[in-house]
Design a protein around this ligand. Structure first.
Ligand code: ADP
Ligand code: MG
Length: 264
C-alpha cells in the first residue's frame, strides 16, 4: 500500500441473505482527500461504511484502512477514525457536557482541553445553549451537530460521515463544510455518504457513484462526465446516466407533461 492511500477497497461484497447489499466494489481514498459515496437509498453506502469500520464482516474482497485490516485491527483503526453514524445519537439520557466528558475518558483525552474545544465547536454551531440539556430533548439537527463534534474531538486521521447533512439547516451545513475543509487542510481525509447531488458536487474531491451495491462511476466531476459521455452536463444528468435511470426518468417526465396538459 502506498503511504498516500488511507483506504483501499478491492472487490468487496456483503450479502444479507439474498440481498446483495455490496456487490463487488472497489475504491481508494487518498490522504487529504474528501471522497463521497453518492447513491440512492438502499444503494449500499451504510453497509460499505460499516465494513470499513469492522462492524460487519465481508463475504468477499479486500480492505485496508491506514494499511490495516478492519477485521483484525478494529480497535486501532477506530482510534484514528471519527465516525458519524446515520442513526440518531444513542446517548439520549446524557447531556452534551456528559457526552464530551465520556468521550474524553474513553479516548484518553485531556478533559479540560476537550471540554474547551467541545464548547468552542458548540458555540460555532450555535448550540452552546444546549450544553447541559438532555440529548433526548434536542432536535435532530442539534443531535447531528453533537455527533459531528464528538467525532472530531480526538483529531482523527479519517472522518467518516454517513449522510451528515440530513437534518441540518443551511447555516449549519456551511459550518460543517468549513469543519471538513479545515480537517483536510491539516492533512485529514474524509469519507462521506450522501444521496444529495449538490452536497457531493460541492464538497468532494472525488465521488464514487454507487447503485445496487456496485460502483458505476468514479472520479472527479470531470472524469464522471467523461465516463457518462456527458461533457458539460450537471452531476444529476451524469448520475442518472451512470445509474441507467435517464431513459425511465425521461419517460416519466413525458407522461407527466401529457397529463398536466390534459387538465388545461
Ligand atoms: N442488517 C441488514 N439485514 C438485511 N438487509 C440489510 C441490512 N442492512 C442493509 N440491508 C439491505 O442492504 C441494502 C443496502 O443497504 P444500505 O447499505 O443501508 O444502503 P444505503 O446506506 O445506501 O441507503 C438495502 O437493500 C438494505 O435493505
Ligand atoms: Mg445509509
Amino acid at each position: 500500500m502506498s503511504d498516500n492511500k488511507i483506504v483501499e477497497v478491492i472487490g468487496l461484497k456483503k450479502f444479507f441473505g439474498d440481498v446483495k447489499a455490496v456487490n463487488g466494489i472497489s475504491f481508494d481514498i487518498n490522504k487529504g482527500e474528501v471522497f463521497g459515496l453518492l447513491g440512492p437509498n438502499g444503494a449500499g453506502k451504510t453497509t460499505t461504511i460499516k465494513l470499513l469500520l469492522g462492524l460487519l464482516e465481508p463475504n468477499e474482497g479486500e480492505m485496508s484502512v491506514f494499511g490495516l485490516n478492519p477485521e483484525r485491527n478494529e480497535v486501532e483503526i477506530k482510534h484514528r477514525i471519527g465516525y458519524v453514524s446515520e442513526e440518531p445519537l444513542i446517548f439520549k439520557s446524557l447531556t452534551p457536557k456528559d457526552l464530551f466528558n465520556f468521550i474524553a475518558s474513553i479516548r484518553n483525552l485531556d478533559e479540560e482541553r476537550t471540554t474547551n474545544l467541545a464548547k468552542e465547536y458548540l458555540e460555532n454551531l450555535e448550540a452552546i445553549e444546549y450544553y447541559e440539556q438532555l440529548i433526548a430533548t434536542l432536535s435532530h439537527g442539534n443531535k447531528q451537530k453533537l455527533q459531528i463534534i464528538a467525532a472530531i474531538l480526538h483529531d482523527p486521521d479519517l472522518l467518516i460521515l454517513d449522510e451528515p447533512i440530513a437534518g441540518l439547516d443551511a447555516k449549519s451545513v456551511r459550518v460543517v463544510k468549513t469543519i471538513l475543509e479545515l480537517h483536510t487542510q491539516r492533512g485529514g481525509s474524509v469519507l462521506f455518504s450522501t444521496h444529495i447531488m449538490e452536497i457531493a458536487q460541492e464538497l468532494c474531491d472525488r465521488i464514487g457513484i454507487i447503485n445496487k451495491g456496485k460502483i458505476v462511476g468514479i472520479g472527479t466531476i470531470e472524469e464522471l462526465r467523461l465516463q457518462a459521455d456527458k461533457v458539460g452536463a450537471s452531476l444529476e444528468d451524469v448520475f442518472l446516466r451512470l445509474t441507467e435511470q435517464d431513459t425511465s426518468v425521461n419517460e416519466i417526465i413525458a407522461k407527466l407533461r401529457a397529463s398536466f396538459k390534459m387538465k388545461n
